[in-house]
Design a protein. Structure first.
Length: 390
């Protein structure tokens, strides 16, 4: 486990299939990359090199802190953003002569290129001794390719150069080349032009397999408008300041925010909102909805509901109610043990009086059953229906 401040090591393949005698391309990976002395043939890093080799590279760097602060400053000051008061040119690379180590002034030069509207090459400290472009050169930097020339061109004369570059006429005349396609090892290589721009893009000289300095970098690499001279040169990007960031950004913003957010959000939103709200909600919702609504509401509710519902409805209602027209004034104290065989399927709407009941039961003093039998006999004889309780 690494500790902040210690040295960590990273390994990568240089990405080029080459003959065994060819040098490595570790320095193309960026600042600090070196050759490990190891190589491999066949399938390497997603490429089939067949019998050619690919070299393995490494770089050492200061290990990051394993436990960064969970609450960084909400609005850190970015020196670059602080400097940018308006559209401005920012140097991302500088070299001073052939023997000077090349310097990338911003590690995230590719990210800055995404925001840039143009790139230019200038003599250090000058605003006029420059050439600039918004074409292939800028596209290459945005893709992470440290070359400002068009890919795949074996030659490009001054008129060809002017198709994408503008600026000082003398400098434009020092940019043509004629002896092969640029190989990505230089920001600019005016091959065959002895008075032309040679601008190495490496942070250090290229090395041979034995870690000796390659022939073309014995003098420290090229940094000159004229191959026989030595200059101080900048590569710059035209940037605009970014919008002021929020002081407290959300740690988990919504992936699909509302296109038309409400102007007055609710003060106490539901902690568990419905996942499928109604597309056509009611305009007059109930003021006191049931906290436990039925899970299976009826699809054919009554058209004439009661306005005075019972306060304690039965928990086991009958599946076949006694009548379609229930009594408007039901008995206050119904019997707790009704007869299992009622006298008739259509009881009378005029029940007998107490005197009639008493007279009927006086016909027989033998038993309750005899009293009921007499009642049935009278009903048959007089064709009347009696309702009684014995």
């Amino acid at each position: 486990m690494s500790v902040s401040g210690e040295v960590c090591r990273e390994y990568r393949w240089d990405g080029h299939c080459k003959y065994a005698w060819e040098e490595h391309y570790c320095s193309k990976l960026g600042s600090g990359w070196k050759y490990t002395g190891e190589w491999q043939t066949g399938y390497v890093d997603g490429q089939n090199c067949f019998w050619y080799k690919m070299n393995k590279c490494y770089r050492d760097y200061t290990c990051p802190t394993p436990n960064p602060t969970p609450r960084p400053t909400p609005s850190p000051v970015n020196p670059l953003e602080q400097r940018l008061k308006g559209e401005d040119w920012v140097s991302i690379f500088n070299c001073d002569g052939k023997k000077d180590v090349k310097r990338y002034l911003y590690e995230d030069w590719q990210g800055l290129a995404q925001r840039a509207s143009a790139v230019r090459i200038c003599t250090h400290g000058s605003e006029t001794d420059c050439v600039q472009s918004s074409g292939t050169a800028l596209s290459n930097l945005r893709s992470g390719f440290r070359q400002l020339q068009k890919k795949g061109l074996n030659w490009c004369d001054t008129d060809c150069v002017k198709e994408e570059w503008s600026g000082d006429e003398k400098r434009l005349g020092q940019m043509w080349w004629k002896c092969g396609r640029p190989d990505g090892r230089n920001f600019w290589h005016a091959c065959g032009n002895t008075e032309g721009l040679h601008l190495d893009n490496d942070a250090g000289p290229d090395l041979n397999d034995d870690d000796s300095i390659a022939y073309e970098d014995l003098d420290g690499g090229m940094c000159t408008w004229d191959w026989e001279e030595s200059d101080n040169i900048d590569v710059q990007l035209l940037l605009e300041p970014s919008m002021a960031p929020t002081s407290m950004p959300s740690p988990s913003p919504t992936s699909d925010p509302s296109a038309t957010p409400t102007r007055a959000p609710t003060r106490a939103p539901s902690p568990s909102p419905t996942s499928g709200p109604s597309a056509t909600p009611t305009r007059a919702p109930t003021r006191a909805p049931s906290p436990q609504p039925t899970s299976a509401p009826t699809f054919t509710p009554t058209t004439t509901p009661t306005f005075v519902p019972t306060m304690a409805p039965t928990v086991n209602p009958t599946s076949t109610p006694t009548t379609a027209e229930p009594s408007q004034t039901p008995t206050v104290a119904p019997t707790v043990s009704p007869t299992g065989q009622p006298t008739t399927a259509a009881p009378t709407f005029t029940p007998m009086s107490y005197e009639q009941y008493q007279a009927l039961c006086e016909l027989s003093n033998e038993s309750k059953e005899v009293c009921q039998a007499h009642a049935l006999q009278i009903q048959e004889e007089e064709k009347e229906v009696y309702r009684f309780v014995c």
